[in-house]
Design a protein around this ligand. Sequence first.
Ligand SMILES: C[S@@+](CC[C@H](N)C(=O)[O-])C[C@H]1O[C@@H](n2cnc3c(N)ncnc32)[C@H](O)[C@@H]1O
Ligand code: SF4
Length: 399
Amino acid sequence: MLTIESSYSFKKPDKKTLNPLALYIHWPFCLSKCPYCDFNSHVTHIIPQEAYAVAILNELKHALSTVQSSVLTSIFFGGGTPSLMTPQTVENLINYATHYLPVTNNLEITLEANPTSVENQKLQDFRQAGVNRISLGIQSLNPQALKILGRQHTVKQAIDALALAKKLFPKISFDLIYAREDQTLSDWQRELKIALDLANDHLSLYQLTIEPETVFAKYSQQGKLKLPNEQLSADLLIITEEMAQKYSMQNYEISNYAKIGSESKHNLAYWRYHDYIGIGPGAHGRITEDSILYATERYKNPKIWLKTVQKQGHALSHKEALTSLDKAREMILMGLRLKEGIDTKSFKLRCGIELIEAIDLEVLNALIDENYICWDHRRLKTTLTGKIRLNAILEAILK
Ligand SMILES: C[S@@+](CC[C@H](N)C(=O)[O-])C[C@H]1O[C@@H](n2cnc3c(N)ncnc32)[C@H](O)[C@@H]1O
Ligand code: SF4
């Protein structure tokens, strides 16, 4: 196996002019494939732990060797199911990144964990490896719904995992999926109340989306899956926001709720359109080199990704310099998901053009008149009604 260890020397970039940088590490394996999921996740009988551990570390080394003047603000282990990684692999990656780059004082290190019993036993080791934020994929607190969602854990395991995580980690979040088949407003209210009582200071609450080529997409095409209509989806979103508000959980991003100051730094980095490195199969990145922002992609298929890293030290499949308009479109797509919206000064700095140059002004004015968007020339934001129709708004507003 090719090792590229000796090719990269440790160097600390100049600390004076540092840009925030987030690091995403993708682990592509799962115990089973959930019927709604279109993430780059694969079920394999035996996970080749050692080969992937070496390859991810080598890809990290390669990626960091191109980083200029940046300070690491967050590391995120996502998947797939990164709680299937060995804690040693997680520790090695954290150690390498945090020794190579300067880091912020409150470096956020998140790991997505599935609350099955096997993975629950590893939580303590992940904490010792340096993870300081855990994001549990609970998905539902209803036993029947967990079965329909194809989950491998029970409600009890999820609640036990949460209790253990609370003892071990300073920051905890968990994910739920709502707007599920046959779910009424009062069903969700009951489930959400339990979730809010259990939550610490961060929750991700996703409305079920039917992604192409999933099992749910097939059921949906066959008319076997009856999801909430537009009105019920909107009501579910409104009730979710109202209930979360009573627990001082702000809806800071369309699907994310947090007490002030507990927002996920990593996710904010995406939505504020900062630089991030993505390594591992299929991971995307946005990284500045010599003042040019590049979009990067890596081979998606884990076997091809592994072979490519073993051959050349990284599995970059695509690296493209983004134009001002590319950046503008992406920053609008990301920023309008945020409650804070898009800061026009940051927009100009990042994209090199004014916000108004990237949007259709006629559409913008109509959306402002209809109370979907508000704009005080400092920030462009969606209103609550705008949030409900975000996809249509984005389609209409972009030039
Ligand atoms: C990377 S995924 C999964 C992480 C982890 N493997 C798990 O299953 O808990 C992150 C989150 O996206 C959400 N998600 C995935 N597919 C979804 C879909 N089709 N609709 C709504 N939410 C979805 C789930 O809540 C999930 O926890
Ligand atoms: S939802 Fe999570 S556990 Fe299920 S297939 Fe997707 S990544 Fe894997």
